[in-house]
Unconditional design. Sequence first.
Length: 393
Amino acid sequence: MIRVTEGGRVRSARPADALRREAHVVGQAVLAAWRGPGRERDLVVQSLKAAAAALLAWYVASDWLRDPMALMAPWVALVLVQATVYSSLRQATQQFTAICAGTLLASGAQWLTGDTLGALALSVPVLMLLSNWHRFGDQGIYGATTAVFTLATGTVTASAVGHRVGQAALGAVIGVAVNALVLPPIHLRDVRENLAALAGEAGDLLHGVAADLRETEWDAQSAAGWSSASARLERRLDALRSARGWSRESLRFTYGPLRALHRVPPSVPPTEEDECWSRISGHITALTRALAVAADGDRTPAPPDGAVLRSYARLLELIGDACHAENLRLLGAVEEARAAEGTEETMRELHEQLISGLREHAEQDHTRAVVLGTLLLQAENLWNEAVPGARRP
């Protein structure tokens, strides 16, 4: 919230409210991490692993090997505890290559110029250009930072170069080993959570549309709310696709006994479920668009009459119930999900009522029949996808 003072200065109103909101978010995250497995606990584990890798690398380099340039090892180890073991290995290769390039170019520039400023001017522009090479990924910047660090220490000798490269290799080995062997990050539950959330949000949207249709006075504002909710479904679908990619990557270079120690879920829902809910989201988007057109008073299509709309609303509500049952099944509440079954006969009766209403509308007003036919087609598509084993008449 922004407020303009009498002097014309713009300042934030009630910063204490923003601080309270942030404190609430942090508190919720802490509680979630304490209660059980989830994203929050995974973040805590990864953070502690990164800190442990840095401490171990410092101990090995400084106290055990007595290396005078031990800083490189914990630095590299810290940043290589990544979200998956595969990404740790990939980034270790990229970062080690970038560090070697930075160290060698900086040392060569120092030898040629004999001056720190001249060496920086000669090496850093080249390394910044190299950092954009796609083979380095997002690790290319470490070449330039290593060059600055190398020249800033003022010890550019063959021995110093060997120490820095060796410490970078040591830190990479320790960082990757800690990430791979100590509670390796496995992102299987994210797929199930996103699928469950997608099913629940789809059911909520269908229930919301049904409630608005019963009012029979739904307007452009209602349609805007439906469109916004369907856009959120698309974003959730994108999150599901991302989670599916992370789950595949997190299984690379991790093995059964280590997964068992981490107590990750034994499996994820099949990819066919992603495709099914992608189709459901598409049908819901098409449905909300058709309703938005019918709600526009300046457009030719007109909505069906009240009795037919109430039957249609009830059909959408039952399909929404099926989505909620799928949400419960994915979350493990099988008994509660079963209680939502047994509605197919009611859905068939409602379908027959809507078919009769479509015939009546075709005889009386073809514009209403067009809208009802479009809405009925989308409901049938949703019925086929959302109700397991169901096939419309």
